[in-house]
Every structure is written in C-alpha cells, then in structure tokens.
Design a binder for this molecule. Sequence first.
Ligand code: C2O
Ligand code: CU
Length: 526
Amino acid sequence: MAALSRRAFIGGGVVAGVGLAVGVPFALEGIGRSSTGEQLRSTARLPHPFTLPLRLPPTLKPSSTGGGVDRYVMTARKANAHILPGLTTAILGFEGVFPGPTIESRTNRPVAVTHRNRLPIPMVVHLHGGHTPHESDGYPTDYIYPEDMRYLRQHRGMAGMDGQPPTPAGDVRYGERIYNYPMQQRAATLWYHDHRMDFTGPSVWRGLAGLHIVRDDEEDALGLPRGHYEVPLVLTDRAFGADGSLIYPSVDGTLVNTPGVTDPYVAGVLGDVMLVNGVPWPFAKVDRATYRFRFLNACNARRLRLRLDPTPDDGFVQIGTEGGLLAAPLQHNAFELAPAQRLDALIDFSHFPAGTLVTLYDDFGDDRMHQIMRFRVGDDIGPQSTAPHVLSTIEELDPATATVTRSFRFQRGSVGHGNGWIINEEPFTPTSVAARPRLGDIEIWELFADFHHPVHLHLDPFQVVGRGISGPGQFDAGWKDTIDLSPGEQARIAVRFTDHAGRFVFHCHNLEHEDMAMMANFVTTT
Ligand code: C2O
Ligand code: CU
C-alpha cells in the first residue's frame, strides 16, 4: 500500500514503523462536539486565569536589507521556556522562543530566510499563506536535517546498515536552508510553522510556529490602529505534565520513526490550557481606544468561537481574513476560527469606563477552556477609530467561468495497517497527484467532510462559493486559505493558482489528520 513507501526512515535507510501505529478500533470521542479531537489532561499546577501579563512575540530584525532583499537568519533549537509559574518547559523554538519571532514584510519586497536547524530532529518550514514557489514552499519531504545527522547517516552507512548511503526522499539539506519568498501578495497575517512529513503535529505542539506579517501601501493608507494599538494574538491549547513538560500522545516520542498518536487522540489532540502568545490565560491592560487584533488559531485541532463579554459596541469589527483585507468591514458578536484560520478585527474599548474587565471567551471550550484571556480597561485614552466603509477591492472569482470542477472527500480511512485520515480514499504519498490545475484558470473544488476538517490549500487563496445548498457562511468572506468544514458538510470553493508551476500540497489542518495522511498533491502547469 502507498502508505508503506511514503515512510522512508529519515535516519539511516532503515524502514521502521511501517504504516501507522494508531489504535484500533477507531474511537472517535469527538463526535458531535465542536472540535474533532480528544482533550489531554494536564497534571501540572496551573496558574489562576488572568494573573499573568500578555506578552508579544519579539520581532526579528533582518540580518541585511541590501540589494532590495530583506534577509533573515532564524535558528530552531531546543530551549527552556517559562510558561507556567515556577516550572520550566522544554520547547522546540524558532530562535528558542514560542511563538517564534515575528517577521514583518512589505508587498513585492523579496524576503530570504535562512532557517538553521539545531534541533535533534529534521524540520521543514512552510510559510502558511505565502504565494511561494515550490522550492521554498516547505514541501513535506524537503527536509532540513540537523548538521550532525550527516555524520550519523555516513556513520550508519559505513556500519553497513543497508550497505549504501540512504537515498533522500526529497530535496534534503543539512544544517540550514534558504527559503526565498517573492512576497508578491497583498498585506495579510501569515504564519510559518514546521511542515515535516508525518510529524508536523508534535513539532508545532512543541513550539515551531510564528507570525509573518505582510504590509502594503493600500492598507497603510486606511489609517488602521498601529504600533501599540495593533496586537497579534496567537492562540494555542497545550497540556503540561507535573514537571512543566509539554504532553503530546505520540506513538513514538523520538519524532523520527513511527508517526501518529495513540488512541483516542487519532481524532485530534486538544489541550486543557489555553495559551495566548505562549502565556496561559493572560490579562492585558488596554487603553480606552480602538485596537486592531490579529487572531491566529494555531491549535493543532481545536476550533474556537470567540466572544467578548461585556460586548463592545460593535463587537468584533472584522476587517480581514487569511488572505488580507475584506472589501468592507463586517460586524460579528462572535467569531468561529478553525485551526490555521486568522481573524483581523477592530475592537473598540473606548466607551468602557476605566476599570472594566472584558473577557475573551471561547464558547466551544468547556470548563476552564471556556475562557481565553481578559482585558483590563485602563484610565488612558487613546485614538478611537472606526473602520472605513471600503477597505479594499476584492476581485470575485466567477464560478461560471470555471474550467474544471474537482471533488475531494475528506474522511477517515485506513492508512497502512491502522486508521488514519484520507482524501478521495487515498492516504498521502509524495508521488501521487490528485490534481493538475493550469495556472491562471479558475477552478471549482467541491469538498466533502465526515468530521471537522479545516482544509488548507497552498500557493493561492480561494473564495468560498457556497455551503450545501446555501451561499457562503457568515465567516467565509474574503480571500481564504483555510475553510472550516463541519461534519457531513459539503462546500464549494473557487480557486485560481498563479505564477508558480510545480508541486504543492493541500491538506486538512487538523495537524493529527495531516500527519495521519490527510494530504494530497496538486501540480500546477503552464
Ligand atoms: Cu499551515 Cu500546509 O500548512
Ligand atoms: Cu481533518
């Protein structure tokens, strides 16, 4: 079966853990819930909510800006983080921090990031939402091995483990790799994260994710809240052992041999501690002013329904989504956000009296996971602003002009000898091609889901045409790169791939589903 050949052992040509060692029978505790997944239980002593101050991820400075290119160097390494009071947590972090440092770019100004791997495991970096050529897109087998794995492999080769040097499965580099991002795309909230074949879930869970914000003149001209009043909020659920370590139910804790998680987490791994920018249930002091918040759901599997209480006058004034600004602002009292989705919203605290406590809830979360963070409105008065009536122009992809309609079924199924998640009956394998779109053509993709599947396409954003017999949902506006599908749902999206010919992936962004084979290739052609 395809699942066998796709899992070449990365260390020395030894095929280990053939197939997926996931539990049988398939226990789907998540059925009927707001998320498809199973919640872990922390044993660590946890802080009282709203006692720790919110932090912001550091911004990474370019190592050079000459020649019209912003160059960055980022080193992924093991580090000790202080997440829970009095405990240290071993993480894997870009620059040793979680979330990783934020990169800020301008539209049409190329960026080159040298990602160095000082981890004990291979990695792959994908810029999520990036309009990126194949070579730099972080294809799941385009590994960056740690430098010393070169020695390991040669050593193993000499020891005659298989008689000859192992054949790399993809475009393998040792120690580091330069990712070139043309940045020919609109202003938007992108993020970068590990994307390694079969092991994205555990690596992102341990910390390998960060923001990459793109700005442009169009957005700058709108006078949206900036500086102190523009705040990124990276939301992740995690679970901690008594010693402060991150818990994750990997079948194989080395994260190199056997992919997958133990039953019942095959449906998705949910944490019982909510972190905002790496801080559990933080508080943030805010001025009586209008803020712009960039929400990112960076959870492995947890869907969120964000709500503020008390509700500000206009609730969330949505100005953007994954692919940047909407055409016009949209008002929401609550907002659903699936894994990998982003919400860009203005929140006006200016009419609250000083001292008001405004709590951000996740209405999908139970017990302590019902709350996310709290804002304390201070005495200071800052700029109040309302979103312009017109934010941007969005070209509508007309489904009537589509040249192809494709159908993809996202469902559970067998992968190797175990259970996993598949698309159109096939588990992911780098060699099979599910679609060959022509660059520049508009295509309709029909997506069917058995459980919650946040479906993400690489290379270009898309537009939601409809759900079932209805039009797009209330959270579907604008250029999306991830669509939140509910159990039993069918949706249609319109997509047009442009510029870059090559092999890309689309997949479910429930990271456990992705690791357990819910991914497929499309190859764009001219
Ligand atoms: Cu956020 Cu293919 O990934
Ligand atoms: Cu899924």
